[in-house]
Design a binder for this molecule. Structure first.
Ligand code: BES
Ligand code: ZN
Ligand code: ZN
Length: 463
């Protein structure tokens, strides 16, 4: 989609006039009866009622809905008559861009044009550029998560990452199965070896401070392109949703793409251990004890707890080789996190108070919320194994998201600025735009907000 901005309203335009609920200049008009998110046509213009309490995702959501529902009346020259500014304007424009998104590639429209009338503000070109980059990257993440599993094998995911790196001028390497074995990424290999689509290990790097080689921020994303559960096979009801098990990877690839597009002055890496968790004669078995990159052995009790295995290697490899100042992983790790927080927030784990505060704050302003759960040592005993250093399944059928986080912590080399985000409920869910669950692109804007803060203040996470 292309948005053109004009500072003069022309005759043949369809005017959308957004206003904040309760704003005094509208008192007395019939439009004052509107609730936030509602619109009506009055004297030839469409009045759209906003709430001053909306976060950026809510702003984008309602503008997406408005644009989708009213576009057919926009004719040749639709326009939004607005005096929105700053973050609110950026989010509204993002919503208008995303209104062209359709998870069915056959129905995707690209050549749409929208003309906006905006009260002239000096930073409009910059805001429009940001909104377009944020919208396109979010749509890229959504598209990847919505793709069927046979169209996004681990190798495909590697290609997507490489294409983005080439297009926006950053580095990307994709290691194949042989390289994974040679590099001793044993846990990733154990998960991927049962699939006809071999695992890959993706390493993207963006140097926004090219005078330094140090990595300020590393992202590690769970890239399971389909999760059958493996030999501990899942029930078939809703198993098709497990195509979304690479949503953590999609968010992390989106975050680095956006950093490159917006030229943030940070050195960032995104690492994606990617595999398909398949059922096969070669699949890892329950009861097996596997090696891992860290040197620690892992007892596999349940092959469906595969995300933590690939992340164990992703985290250990990243900490050792990239030595990032801050490391954040994102994963569709547990159903337990959804039972705890529903589809309104992701579970956040970190012992770094400043990192927790910054991510919590970014969650509120972006609308991609996180809520902290504990990493206390009280839970250590849950992951005891008699035959290995650690078990991949808790001995108790409770606190599933917490024990998964505790498992990951074992592989972080006691990094002092590590955060883990368990987010299946947020990344793939019901919405008014579709009839079934679909991708949200969760994480892209949370991390975008966080990266902007980190670029401004490098002490943000120093305890
Ligand atoms: N990919 C799933 C987690 C998941 C659940 C994602 C629901 C999306 C929606 C993960 O690999 C998994 O299977 N987790 C198990 C863990 C259990 C075996 C310890 C779970 O949550 O049931
Ligand atoms: Zn699983
Ligand atoms: Zn999984």
């Amino acid at each position: 989609m292309k948005i053109e901005i004009y500072s003069e309203k022309t005759e043949s335009t369809f005017g959308i006039i957004p206003f904040y609920k309760g704003s005094p200049e509208n008192a007395g008009e019939p439009i004052h009866k509107l609730d936030a998110g509602e619109w009506m046509t009055h004297n030839g213009d469409t009045f759209f009622c906003m709430s001053p309490d909306w976060n950026q995702n809510e702003m984008a959501h309602y503008f997406r809905l408005l644009a989708m529902k009213t576009k057919k009346f926009w004719g040749k020259a639709p326009c939004v008559d607005t005096n929105l500014k700053g973050n609110a304007l950026r989010a509204a424009l993002r919503g208008i861009f995303i209104s062209s998104f359709n998870p069915n590639p056959q129905h995707q429209k690209t050549a749409e044009k929208v003309i906006l009338y905006l009260k002239s503000i000096p930073e409009i070109d910059f805001i429009l550029h940001q909104a377009q980059a944020e919208a396109e990257t979010q749509m890229w993440a959504m598209k990847m998560v919505d793709l069927p599993p046979s169209k996004k094998t681990p190798e495909d995911l590697g290609d997507f990452a490489r294409q983005s790196a080439k297009k926006y001028g950053y580095d990307c390497e994709v290691w194949n199965e042989d390289h994974i074995v040679k590099a001793k990424l044993h846990a990733l290999h154990a998960v991927g070896k049962g699939s006809q689509h071999p695992p890959v290990f993706i390493i993207s790097k963006y140097f926004g401070r090219p005078d330094s080689k140090n990595i300020d921020l590393a992202f590690v994303g769970k890239g399971i392109t389909f999760d059958t559960g493996g030999i501990s096979i899942k029930g078939s009801a809703n198993m098709h949703y497990m195509k979304s098990d690479m949503a953590g990877a999609a968010a992390m690839l989106g975050a680095i793409e956006l950093a490159a597009r917006l030229k943030l002055q940070l050195n960032i890496a995104t690492v994606v251990p990617s595999a398909e968790n398949a059922v096969d004669a070669k699949s890892v078995l329950p009861g097996d004890v596997i090696e891992s990159y860290s040197g620690k052995t892992i007892e596999i009790i349940d092959t469906d707890a595969e995300g933590r295995l690939v992340l164990a290697d992703g985290l250990a490899w990243t900490v050792k080789n990239l030595k990032p100042a801050v490391i954040i992983d994102m994963a569709t790790l547990t159903g337990s996190s959804v039972r705890t927080l529903g589809t309104e927030a992701a579970a956040l784990y970190s012992d770094n108070e400043k990192l927790v505060a910054a991510l919590y704050d970014s969650g509120l302003s972006s609308g991609e919320k996180v809520w902290r759960l504990p990493l206390w040592s009280d839970y250590d005993s849950y992951l005891h194994s008699d035959v290995a250093d650690v078990s991949n399944l808790s001995l108790k059928p409770v606190a599933g998201s917490i024990t998964a986080a505790k498992f990951l912590q074992v592989f972080t080399g006691k990094h002092t600025a590590w955060a883990h985000i368990d987010m299946p409920g947020m990344s793939f869910k019901d919405s008014p735009f579709y009839k079934t669950k679909s991708a949200t692109g969760y994480g892209v804007h949370l991390l975008n907000d966080f990266m902007h803060k980190l670029a401004e203040n490098n002490d943000l996470t120093k305890d």
